[in-house]
Design a protein around this ligand. Structure first.
Ligand code: ADP
Ligand code: MG
Length: 187
């Protein structure tokens, strides 16, 4: 069943984000990246799901490097061609990546990690409601990856992507926090 509210919002918010300039992305990504590592809910987590930015998503590579240098386990979603399915895999470095599905970089060697082991997830999105609903690209990738998971979730986005409310569906995961360049919201 399609949800017309979500479909309409995806088009609007993807377009808005694609209008950001490289300078705006750099500056806002830096502001966002400065906030996240020092949150109490992040400091004590060891196995952390991150993402590699595409389509002008906030770039969190500095956070990934910071986690890796601190010896924490970083995982990212990767597409398994044979299974036609996403799984979290270990990201041991920002080298040795290849372009996977939807132009998203992923490690050359895929080492799956059970999502139950993940203690914290940093999630990109097209929009987030102040109540913690997440709007993705429409494939339900994170809804599936984190279904039935109690992982602490932080939505990572720009201020303009935080909206009042939208009509969601029961399978939609909710984030516990939203961090943007000027806001930290506990949902
Ligand atoms: P997104 O979260 O990317 O915005 P949607 O929430 O619209 O996308 O989900 C896209 C599709 O994925 C929907 O058709 C939905 O039924 C399917 N889906 C979402 N979560 C699950 C799940 N846990 N198990 C199976 N299918 C799912
Ligand atoms: Mg969803």
């Amino acid at each position: 069943m399609t949800n017309s509210d979500k479909t309409r919002l995806r088009a609007i918010y993807l377009k808005k984000r694609l209008l950001l300039t490289p300078d705006e992305i750099r500056q806002k990504s830096r502001q966002i990246s400065e906030k996240i590592p020092h949150l109490e809910q992040v400091e004590n987590k060891n196995a952390i799901a991150c993402y590699l930015a595409v389509n002008n998503e906030p770039n969190i590579q500095n956070i990934i490097t910071y986690f890796l240098e601190a010896g924490r386990t970083v995982v990212i979603p990767a597409f398994f061609e044979k299974l036609k399915q996403y799984k979290f895999v270990t990201l041991s470095s920002l080298n040795n990546l290849e372009i996977g599905q939807y132009q998203i970089p992923q490690p050359l060697k895929l080492l799956p990690v059970d999502s139950i082991k993940i203690e914290l997830a940093l999630l990109p999105g097209l929009a987030f409601s102040e109540g913690g609903l997440r709007l993705g690209y429409g494939k339900g990738v994170y809804d599936r990856l984190l279904a039935n998971s109690s992982t602490f979730k932080i939505g990572v986005c720009y201020d303009f992507q935080i909206i009042n409310h939208f009509k969601s569906e029961p399978h939609d995961i909710k984030v516990d926090f939203i961090v943007s360049e000027n806001r930290i919201i506990k949902t």
